[in-house]
Design a binder for this molecule. Structure first.
Ligand SMILES: [Zn+2]
Length: 246
């Protein structure tokens, strides 16, 4: 055994190799910067405290924007060819870390182990906050009726699980298809004793994440009505673009 410590932590071996290649990064940077080359093909406005569904074909781009300062979006993705292949929060977290940004990919369930989408642009400052939090969370799951009841004592409040369940139904999928989401804009961290926490997101109206579809995708999204979206939750704007020639 060598006495010289490796400069690469052993725990990263096997995962860092899945980062974007230089050629892929150049491809994504060109897609993100050449806005004149894209053509809008669909738009979805998601109302405050509500959810929605949309389709993105392989090679298309989707932009997910805050329509209100401080809004969080819970995002689920399925393969259109086989909805049993869906986004894996845990696999993506292992590969890219607990907070995603430009150049990271959304990976499917480890049975399939394929990139579903690649983040090509992120307008939110990704630096670590004084509290130790970063945006675009893979630590949390989603809010549900039970957590809002415990917090407020009121039953039947809007929540991401119900929103995503309705959105999945629009895609022909049952409630069991709803899976741990990418919490876009949600800004989270871990305390020194490893408890998760969130702080208000820096995202402001018009802030966005753009993703390139690596396969035909069916998507469900919720404008989170929970605390992480602040006291006055708002809506989301989803725009799908095609890039002729790509
Ligand atoms: Zn929520």
């Amino acid at each position: 055994m060598s006495d010289t410590p490796s400069s690469t932590p052993l725990s990263r071996k096997g995962y860092d190799e899945l980062a974007l290649s230089e050629a892929d990064r150049k491809f994504c940077d060109a897609l993100a910067s050449d806005k004149g080359a894209r053509r809008q093909v669909a738009e979805l406005r998601v109302a405050a405290r509500a959810g929605g569904s949309f389709l993105v074909s392989k090679g298309q781009l989707v932009r997910i924007s805050c329509d209100t300062d401080g809004q969080v979006a819970d995002f689920d993705v399925f393969s259109r060819d086989n909805p049993k292949e869906f986004f894996s929060s845990s696999l993506t977290r292992v590969i890219h870390g607990a907070h995603l940004t430009t150049g990271d990919r959304l990976w499917s369930h480890p049975i399939y182990y394929r990139p579903m989408m690649t983040i090509i642009a992120d307008s939110v400052d990704h630096s670590t906050s004084p509290e130790g939090a970063r945006p675009h969370d893979l630590l949390y799951g989603m809010c549900d009726e039970k957590v809002h009841f415990r917090r407020t004592g009121r039953h039947g409040l809007p929540n991401c699980r119900d929103n995503l369940t309705r959105a999945a139904a629009e895609l022909g999928l049952g409630p069991e298809a709803v899976h741990d989401p990418l919490n876009i804009f949600m800004t989270t961290g871990l305390t020194p004793d490893s408890k998760m926490f969130y702080i208000p997101t820096r995202a402001r109206r018009g802030d966005y994440m753009e993703l390139y579809a690596e396969m035909d995708c069916a998507c469900a999204i919720s404008a989170c009505p929970g605390n992480s979206s602040g006291p006055n939750p708002g809506g989301l704007r989803i725009t799908v673009f095609e890039v002729p020639g790509r």
